[in-house]
Design a protein around this ligand. Sequence first.
Ligand SMILES: Cc1cc2nc3c(=O)[nH]c(=O)nc-3n(C[C@H](O)[C@H](O)[C@H](O)COP(=O)(O)OP(=O)(O)OC[C@H]3O[C@@H](n4cnc5c(N)ncnc54)[C@H](O)[C@@H]3O)c2cc1C
Length: 560
Amino acid sequence: MGRLPFEYYLTLSTMRKAIIIGAGPAGLTAALELLRRTDIIPIVIEKSEYMGGISRTVAYRGNRIDIGGHRFFSKSDRVMQWWLDILPMEHRANGSERIAYQGKSRSVETPVKGPDPAQTDSVMLLRRRKSRIFFNRMFFEYPIRLSADTLSKLGLWKAARIGFSYLRAAAFPIRNETNLEQFFINRFGRELYLTFFKSYTEKVWGISCEQISAEWGAQRIKGLSILKTVVHFVRQSLRNNSEIAQKDVETSLIEQFMYPKFGPGQMWEEVARRVKEQGGEIHCGFEASRILTGGDCVRGLEAVNAKTGERRTFEGDFFFSTMPIQELTRALDQPVPEHVREISDGLMYRDFITVGLLVEELKIRDASGAGLIEDNWIYIQEPDVLVGRLQVFNNWSPYMVADPAKVWIGLEYFCFDKDDLWKLDDSRMIELAKGELAKIGIIETSKVMDGCVLRMPKTYPCYFGTYDRFSELQSWIMRFENLFLIGRNGMHKYNNQDHSMLTAMTAVDNLVQGRTDQSNIWAVNTEQEYHETSDEREHDGNRIGSSAIGSRGANAPVAR
Ligand SMILES: Cc1cc2nc3c(=O)[nH]c(=O)nc-3n(C[C@H](O)[C@H](O)[C@H](O)COP(=O)(O)OP(=O)(O)OC[C@H]3O[C@@H](n4cnc5c(N)ncnc54)[C@H](O)[C@@H]3O)c2cc1C
């Protein structure tokens, strides 16, 4: 079939179809937006049996796992309202609450007559966020700060070394910094970098900080300066007023975020239900394996069911893709220029394993020494174990756990799918996880009652490999006028749920407005990267480094 002008698709009035690859946040948002705002019928092709993609909730024997821990918070009112239209906010006495996240704050309505989570399932909870760093078998504040607490835990000698290397970095910065290691050292000093940044960042990304570009750090870690840090430290040191100090601590601890009663997947299962109810289709178990094109238009796709071997062809007028751009490029039925294929094949992804463990109790306790710790998650900075983060699902939502007397935790491992770790069978993976947590003193292995393993490929699109040439691939693919790349892996962009949703919403806006230029879709989350004024940023809870020194309340980026 020859090329059809884009206007052709815009003027068709009956039974126009949009084929959407993937039932994650981006794909499902696109589907619901199309149903709400156009006469285009969305047909979603999903290779798994689940709704929500990376943002799904996995149920295991009555307990629920959130892969990565998904906070619901957005700077975008449109996204916040969209979420609350699907799952209304739980009731609170005040009628509204101030919530904060990543150094930003906003208010959210908590209607007095809103649903009560004890009675209703369709409800969004408001949760407090707490996370700390576990290093040297001790807890440190997160983001790490040069506070008296930090210094006393590190000891006088280490603290002095950190101070000196800090001053040295300020006086003699590395000229022409090109890699992330140099970036960190220039901002924090070598000693602090080696203590808190290096091993965790490398655990998350699987390559040395020397192989990650400094530019990436510059994009993600804003506004940090040695001067600022030192001023903050001096202020802190001079501050004997414990009331003020306490106020600081409290402020950093009352970050809050929204969270569906049964985890993020509950949001996407409900959206999927509405898509079907309003006339859309969702075909699970079908993997898009071949993209059928005609000139500069996509006309259909072939999908195969891995279980039954059944092949189906889906034809449509518009195509939205959230599948990894690398796989999309490989699936195209027309020749791809050599340089474009090279860039696509060279893109890299980090994969993710969660080991869920049900335990009678943890060895570590809350401040009173009696109860469960309050952390939602803990960064495990210990270099002698592979585990990167520990989730405590009880603290995300008590409804994630079948028996509230038990503790339901998730150990997170970052790896490549070629690594031996990825290939370990479930029982050995569970043994590894139990052994590691026992080794660092968080549990006793005898208290573990059950366990399960989840492997999630391509969780992190990497900003290394051939990423520096990504724009060439992007502009070549954008020649397909009726194809919208949206979401996280769809655009190979470090998008959170809200960004992924905004890319889908913007694509539908363009259809509604007849706009053919897609640059506004690619601009989502880019402005934020470049214009954000917060001192630090964090993504998906993974840090690139504990950059919070010298500021408070906000989270650090680095690698997640
Ligand atoms: C550890 C971690 C923590 C995170 N924490 C947060 C957080 O706190 N807050 C937040 O907002 N975001 C968070 N995120 C980001 C969030 O998970 C993503 O932004 C979001 O899930 C991306 O949505 P998506 O629809 O683009 O892609 P995905 O969620 O990846 O969904 C894509 C879907 O497409 C399907 N698919 C892929 N290929 C094909 C194919 N060929 N054919 C058919 N179907 C296919 C997949 O099975 C999947 O269901 C986190 C991510 C990670 C990894």
